[in-house]
Design a binder for this molecule. Sequence first.
Ligand code: MN
Length: 317
Amino acid sequence: MSNLDMKPPVAACGGRAGVTAEPVREVLEARHMPLGESTVVRRLLPNLGRRMVGAWCFVDHYGPDDIAGEPGMQVPPHPHTGLQTVSWLHDGEVLHRDSLGSLQTVRPRELGLMTAGRAIAHSEESPRDHSRLLHGAQLWVALPDAHRTTAPAFEHHAELPHLAGGGLSATVILGELAGAASPGTTYTPIVGADVTLAAGTEARLPVEPDYEYAALTMSGEAEVDGLRLAPESMVYLGCGRTELPLRADVDSSLMLLGGEPFAERIVVWWNFVGRHHDEIDRARKDWMSGTRFGEVHGYDGPRLEAPPLPPTPLKPR
Ligand code: MN
């Protein structure tokens, strides 16, 4: 998915200043953002006062939307640098195309992981023949300096490790949770997991004290460390936990995101993650001039144009 905002705000994030060393429960409300003509997504990261959780730097939650007889998701070709995108579905399917020539349908509970590295372009669309419901999340992971110009790559993992017990089941999307590791390539200590709680479940999930965490509701209404997490919100949990208490009165599912606090300062603008203004400016110019990012073949429609840069230079913080 792309940031389709034509006046994208500058998100300067990273560094350890905003990281909470102790466990906290800081509720972050979603902002509703239009994505194309018919879709509205709930943006949870970046959020006011909270730009990153570990290397996670962008989280959109969308649906469940009834797209029967409609085009559904139609995100034209657009570029990325310096990040990985994670596509995660609960319902429906997304057809991914990229400038490496990848053509892959991503289905519920399968990982679509695209490493942009120095440059990639992709499109995402609901296939013509698609399910009635579309429900999922699109997330970005910032690449650390040592790997941010790595060669672009796309991975599709249909088989992911599961943990289960006592009414809780979890799928490890990225990184490692309780000894179960996703096959997805990672560049920082990180975890992303999809956690399902049957009604009446109380559980304690083992977590890393050196990681910061956040959780967002996908469905139902789970309690995270005693806090009932309303739909359309995320709770930032800070660091310093060895286990995370979870419970649910109704069937619920949430995404747990965590990682070692990302120490580098970054600039996120439009679909680019960089370190300073000139680099973002270069990436934008390269996209506009049709160099560096390659071509996405087969998408029925024009590619996205980059919005203008803001009048003042972008600054990492
Ligand atoms: Mn994208």
